[in-house]
Design a protein around this ligand. Structure first.
Ligand code: FES
Length: 118
């Protein structure tokens, strides 16, 4: 059976280390915020939830990268996460990664693989 996929955004809505696109996802029976960004020409999506305290990362909506455009940053207390893996690389996340979501890019758009989050 084919995996169902949900359209998140057009590919050109995401530029390398630029603003992300926020969306909601079903996660363990709840609707929770998530986001997708582009880094090194690839798209990466995560739950919008810091591993330190369950707060959304972006204080300004869609701003997920640090000033250098290398790591994702939680704007509340400054935890840093590798953009390609969600691994904690500094700050109060203390080793806890972001929850990574499965997304694919094809035909000029980015899709979430929907059946992964039950
Ligand atoms: S809530 Fe994210 S670093 Fe503190």
């Amino acid at each position: 059976m084919a995996t169902e996929q949900r359209l998140i955004c057009a590919s050109d809505a995401l530029v390398n280390a630029g603003k992300g696109v926020r969306f909601d996802v079903q996660w363990r029976g709840q609707t929770v915020p998530a986001f997708v960004v582009r880094f090194a020409d690839e798209v990466h999506a995560y739950l919008n939830r810091c591993s330190h305290v369950a707060m959304e990362l972006d204080w300004q909506p869609g701003v997920f990268f640090d000033a250098d455009g290398i790591d994702l940053i939680c704007s509340t207390h400054g935890a840093l996460f590798a953009a390609q893996t969600g691994r904690c690389v500094g700050g109060p996340c203390a080793g806890g990664p972001l929850v990574k979501l499965d997304v694919v890019e094809r035909d000029g758009a980015v899709f979430l693989k929907e059946d992964q989050h039950v």
